[in-house]
Ligand binder design. Structure first.
Ligand code: PLP
Length: 401
């Protein structure tokens, strides 16, 4: 039986991404199940007291406690690491648990972080509010400009932290340039790759040190569970991240890990179809709304950069109408597309970031990052794009656009 082939790097190194997404990390039990087993257990037993002691001492391989290891969770970690092209991965309970852990595990009082100013609301909160509480300074920059990072670097700068494309304005960061600046100065670059996933963009190939994910989004892909992940070198995961997470406990449940394992099997298919659908919907909207922020469209100022580091742009983009009243009216007029602040789902979802995902960000920061009162973010799902266009067409007419 090919019981452990999905975990054997000498075998998986020859597999292409689509194969890794289905089989990478699989470790079959003695029953030879085809689908990965779900190990819903918090603890593990030992034959002898000496075995328990040896496992705690790190002298014997095996599980000790599901806050620290779980066979289902480990299968997911191996699969994500293989897809990412990373030495190692550690999953977390949510994307925000991953972002919090990846920052706090490597920063201490007196350190400085440079972060992209366009970011998911809670990521901005980490940078603007949480880090300074612990004496960690932070500066936010327009991450579309690599020079902006260089200009604010200080001797105590330890981390560059940014999303590309960013939520919700779709700012694209030049990975090679920004990660290169970080490398030259011994700064760790941390890329939140939730929108693209390794199916469309592998930041480490452009010099990123660490990638972090909300696996709640495209990796699950069907709006079912919350999950997060951090990928990096074995040394970073074992010696920097793990001491933090083992003791603070933002662990992913085996059930959620199993759901994401199943999600990864179809990630490539879903994200490519959603990218195509989003382009079709984007082309329609481009002619109908005052402004569209979709890097997959040739009219977008960062289109060439996006296409040079991504194989497709994904299913999410943003556009602007006049103001909040018109944005809310448009949402309310939709019949097929749901009003929802989630993304990465196979259903099309639309939200008004200023009053939802970015409500907790100060008005000043919202203005600075381009989250205007008329901005709407659309997650294009797997429905027939013509049905989505028909829904938008009717709703736009209703609000006078
Ligand atoms: C770019 C980005 N990073 C992180 C997160 C947080 O992920 P989670 O909701 O899984 O905690 C989100 C959620 O929307 C996101 O869009």
């Amino acid at each position: 039986m090919k019981r452990h082939s999905g975990q054997d790097r000498s075998i998986t190194q020859n597999w292409r991404p689509a194969t890794l997404a289905v089989r990478g990390g699989t470790a079959r039990s003695e029953y030879g199940e085809t689908s990965e087993a779900m190990f819903l257990t918090s603890g593990y037993c030992y034959d002898r007291a000496e075995d328990a002691a040896a496992r705690f001492a790190g002298e014997q391989t095996g599980m000790t406690y599901s806050r620290l290891q779980n066979p289902t969770v480990e299968m997911l970690e191996q699969r994500i690491a293989l897809l990412e092209g990373a030495e190692a991965c550690r999953t977390m309970a949510t994307g925000m648990a991953a972002m919090t852990a990846v920052l706090l595990c490597q920063l201490q009082q007196g350190d400085h972080v440079v972060a992209g100013r366009a970011a998911f609301g809670s990521c901005r909160w980490l940078v603007d509010t949480l880090l300074p509480k612990f004496g960690i300074q932070s500066t936010t920059v327009d991450a579309r400009d690599p020079q902006a990072f260089e200009d604010v670097v200080r001797p105590n700068t330890k981390v560059f932290f940014f999303e590309t494309p960013a939520n919700p304005t779709m700012d694209v960061v030049d990975l090679r340039a920004v990660c290169g600046i970080a490398r030259e100065r011994g700064i760790t670059s941390v890329v939140d790759n939730a929108f693209a996933t390794p199916a469309l963009q592998r930041p480490m190939e452009f010099g990123a040190d660490v990638t972090a994910y909300s696996a709640t989004k495209m990796m699950d892909g069907q709006g079912r569970v919350l999950a997060g992940a951090v990928c990096g070198t074995q040394d970073f995961i074992d010696n920097t991240l793990l001491p933090f997470t083992r003791n603070t406990g933002p662990t992913l449940s085996a059930f959620n890990a199993w759901v994401v394992l199943k999600g990864l099997e179809t990630l490539d298919l879903r994200i490519r179809r959603q990218s195509e659908n989003a382009l079709a919907v984007g082309r329609f909207l481009e002619a109908r709304v005052p402004r569209i922020l979709h890097p997959g469209l040739p009219s977008h100022p960062q289109h060439e950069l996006a296409m040079s580091q991504m194989s497709a742009v994904g299913g999410i983009f943003a556009f602007e109408v006049e103001d909040r009243a018109q944005a809310h009216a448009l949402l309310n007029a939709l019949e097929l597309i749901d009003i929802s602040n989630n993304i990465g789902d196979s259903r099309s979802l639309m939200t008004h970031p200023a009053s939802t995902t970015h409500y907790g960000v100060s008005a000043e920061a919202r203005a600075e990052m381009g989250v205007t009162e008329g901005l709407l973010r659309l997650n294009v799902g797997l429905e027939d794009p013509q049905d989505l266009i028909d829904d938008l067409d009717r709703a736009l007419r209703q609000v006078g656009l």
